[in-house]
Design a protein around this ligand. Sequence first.
Ligand code: ZN
Length: 157
Amino acid sequence: MHCPFCRHSDSRVIDSRTSDDGLSIRRRRQCPECGGRFSTIETASLNVIKRSGVIEPFSREKVMSGVRKACQGRPVTEGDLAVLAQTVEEAVRQTGSSQIDTNEIGLAILGPLRELDEIAYLRFASVYQAFDTLEDFESAIAQLRADHHRPASDPEE
Ligand SMILES: [Zn+2]
């Protein structure tokens, strides 16, 4: 990290702080040459490999627009979508890889969307998991029902 004041090629980290959302690190640095202090914000890059093979940066907005369609007419707010997109980003970053495919994003969306709204979850899952028969819906609904009735302390879990 070059000093912005004197272009010295080294700097010393004097403070590190993780941002509130845990996705970036802000560092206070000091130049050993001129004593100048400056901050840097470091965010690990995260890229998405689309089905077409195109690689583009991860976008929370794209997650939100994908989920928004499934939430039409449901009591889900833009704020809910923003929280969901952040949860998804944190989940995929936790895998530690800098490139993920759209499939993994779809998987990361299913859990939090199910918590948010089960109808939207079924709609999203039907597209994402390519349901093509009534049985696919029936088994997804049966799974939701089974989980509702499961006691909190199921020994099998
Ligand atoms: Zn300097």
